[in-house]
Write a protein that binds this ligand. Structure first.
Ligand SMILES: Cc1ncc(COP(=O)(O)O)c(C=O)c1O
Length: 443
């Protein structure tokens, strides 16, 4: 019988899962069927506590009524309008709202559909900006070891996670990397920004001396490196980076895909640190994870530099079919309303000391090598099993889901915890109790 008339089996084979060991997953899948607030529910109805806000994105909690209602209403009113040469009203409204949350003169927003696209967009804007100002020799991009900037070619080139790079050829030419800011020897068990490490920003001076400033377009860093295992910026590090960029005319890009929208207690981490970059990339929390969206906020002088030539001519040859998609804009506006009405960024700031205290309570558990906290984020390094790097944390993640009904995130042998910002003190206690039991079980 032709397969088109057969019942299609709903098996697990066709779907190639991203950043997942597919064979192990398909042998023992972890399926999530619905969600509400702090919990997921499996297809058979088991409630699972979300210790990670999805993938650092559902900052307002899951399936919040105002966001759901906004998406439904938007779908009924306008599904799509061309993103090139046309626009819909909510795109402007959301751009203004995001710009208002960003510090200083960061006041123009270019929308994308993901963090990876936001990063590649920011890198392209940096290159084009120098080019149109007659400084086309500024083509080098500087990232950082252990940085994660998504999975586009630009993002993996400036990123510094070996496995994300080594399979993919030559990446972009002309990229250099700052050293990672983490040292267990000097920073272990720090709450917030570690005292040691500001001097690592001075490595940028060395890189500039090597290549000459006239060849460098931009520097991109995460204010808190998330995906590599929660590495907060050392005290004073970002200020130093800003000063060196200013001295040499380099654009400074903060990748705030994780740190944006409240994760560190502020709309953007730039505000927490009092350091204003030239561009901020964002995604995830802008819609509280409900509809894919990302973007880049740029400073006015950068936008203005492009606004020249004949008025009918396109100023930046870049964009996505779904830039500022109506559903994403509606979801974004509703999410920003919720953040404001419920004071969720301030809530994260207030809960930070409690969160850090409870997290540090796991310090003496077997195999715990370090715990780092900043904002509502914790990274817990576990000792690797001999010859099986990543296995202990993988076992921890599986056990957390199966035995403790908790979702945790892992990277290498690090557990990362980043709950929705609606997390209560009881939830915090529950998350760390569960994690403690898991750590003991996999020790
Ligand atoms: C700092 C940072 N940049 C970029 C990205 C990529 O975002 P996306 O997965 O939406 O492409 C991520 C994702 O975790 C991220 O943490």
């Amino acid at each position: 019988m032709p397969s088109t008339t057969a019942t299609v089996p709903n098996d697990l084979e066709s779907y190639w899962l991203p950043f997942t060991p597919n064979r192990a997953f398909k042998a023992s899948p972890r399926l999530i069927a619905r969600a509400k607030d702090m919990h997921y529910y499996t297809p058979d109805g088991r409630a699972v506590l979300d210790g990670t806000a999805g993938l650092w994105c559902t900052n307002a909690g899951h399936n919040r009524d105002p966001i759901v209602a906004a998406i439904l209403a938007q779908a009924a009113e306008l599904d799509y309008a061309p993103a090139f040469q046309f626009a819909h009203p909510k795109a402007f409204e959301l751009a203004s709202r995001v710009a208002a949350l960003a510090p200083g003169s960061l006041d123009h927003v270019f929308f994308t559909n993901s963090g990876s696209e936001a990063v590649d967009t920011a890198l392209k804007i940096a290159l084009a900006y120098h080019n149109i100002r007659g400084e086309g020799s500024r083509t080098r991009l500087i990232g950082r070891e252990r940085g994660y900037h998504g999975v586009g070619f630009g993002g993996i080139a400036v990123g510094g996670i070996v496995n994300n790079r080594k399979f993919f050829g030559t990446l972009l030419a002309g990229v250099d990397h700052l050293p990672a800011t983490y040292s267990r020897e000097h920073q272990a068990f720090s709450k917030g920004e570690p005292a040691w490490g500001a001097h690592l920003a001075d490595e940028l001076d060395r890189i500039v001396a090597l290549h000459d400033a006239s060849t460098i377009a931009a520097v991109i860093v995460e204010p808190m490196a998330g995906s590599t295992g929660v590495l907060p910026a050392p005290k004073g590090y970002l200020e130093r980076l800003r000063a060196i960029c200013d001295r040499h005319g380099l654009l400074l890009i903060f990748d705030e895909v994780i740190t944006g929208f409240g994760r560190l207690g502020y709309a953007f981490a730039a505000e927490r640190y009092g350091v204003t970059p030239d561009m901020i990339t964002f995604a995830k929390g802008v819609t509280s994870g409900s509809v894919p969206m990302g973007g880049v906020v740029v400073r006015k002088p950068i936008y203005d530099a492009f606004m020249r030539g004949p008025e009918h001519a396109i100023e930046l040859f870049h964009g996505y079919t779904y830039s500022a998609h109506p559903l994403a804009c509606a979801a974004g506006l509703a999410a920003l309303d919720l953040y404001r009405e419920e004071g969720l960024f301030e809530r994260a700031r207030k809960l930070e000391p409690t969160w850090a205290d409870v997290a540090m309570g796991l310090k003496d558990l077997p195999g715990v090598l370090d715990i780092r906290c900043v904002g509502l984020t914790a990274g817990i390094d576990l000792a690797s099993r001999p010859d099986a790097v990543g296995r202990r944390a993988y076992d921890a993640m599986v056990r957390a889901f199966e035995h403790e009904s908790l979702v945790i995130r892992i990277t290498g042998d690090t557990i990362a915890l980043t709950p929705p910002l609606i997390v209560s003190e009881n939830d915090i206690a529950e998350i760390f109790d569960k994690v403690a039991r898991v750590i003991k079980a996999v020790s």
